[in-house]
Design a protein around this ligand. Sequence first.
Ligand code: HEC
Ligand code: HEC
Length: 246
Amino acid sequence: MIKRSLLLSLFLATTAAQAQDKAAAQPDMAKAKQTAEQVCGACHGADGNSQIPANPKLAGQHAEYLLKQLRNFKSVDGKPAERVNGIMGGMVAALSDDDMKGLSAHFASQQLKSESSKNQASIELGQRLWRGGDQKRGIPACAACHGPAGAGLPAQYPRLSGQFAEYTEAQLKAFRAGERANDPAKMMRTIARPSPTTPPACAERRQPPGPPSPRLRPPRGHEAGDGPSGQREGWSRPPLFHFQGR
Ligand code: HEC
Ligand code: HEC
């Protein structure tokens, strides 16, 4: 009898703990919506569709990527943040990890209103680099990681399609200058500061558009040209700074 009640209480304790875990895993979406509207919305738009090119659009971005960025903006134990930005550093200072999860889920679930570009010359250059990279300069095809149409790939590779050209350009320059240094394995810093000698393996990639070097290889099933349907999709779209949404 004692044994049985012990087992029962053990069982109850485990289910209670499991229930608690589940509760912790579920962010408070009502609170997230409120913060999004009252705080973040001032710059990013309450629905994540910022109107100002300096403030990135967050709508439709992968939740995992948003969460990583929010964590990266936060300085922990007085150490410098992994992604240093005065404005966003201040914004995340008071946010808990659960708040960040909620906000990431909120903005990821919003409908992106895409920007588009009218600068035909830079669209064409961008499109070439996007699809095939530039072997001579050691630039891999952006599509290899960010997807043929710039939709990105959860969890690591952000969506670029529909973003403001100005913001995208600013981030590329920040990666090149090393001012933004939170990219895993220096992926974007290497790409934004290409040199024929830096990533020798880049030159070995198949052309066009082949997967990048083993160091820069995207996850399986997401090699350049392989859309979710296994077909080449989005190749007619204007990429690099000026992708349009799908
Ligand atoms: C005062 C304006 C302002 C407010 C308010 C603000 N942000 Fe930002 N946010 C920015 C700017 C500017 C950037 C771009 C930083 C850079 O250039 O690296 C940014 C970047 C971001 C990014 C990175 C996006 C990407 O594509 O990498 C995320 C995520 C983000 N903000 C979320 C939030 C959330 C969530 C809130 C509310 C808690 C918020 N922001 C409030 C101005 C703001
Ligand atoms: C090997 C994979 C890989 C390739 C190839 C690649 N990227 Fe990236 N890119 C990443 C990763 C990973 C991140 C996210 C970094 C982070 O976690 O902060 C990123 C982030 C970015 C961002 C920042 C997005 C934001 O919302 O702030 C821009 C802009 C970008 N990449 C542009 C490009 C362009 C343009 C090319 C082609 C010249 C390219 N990338 C090629 C992996 C790649």
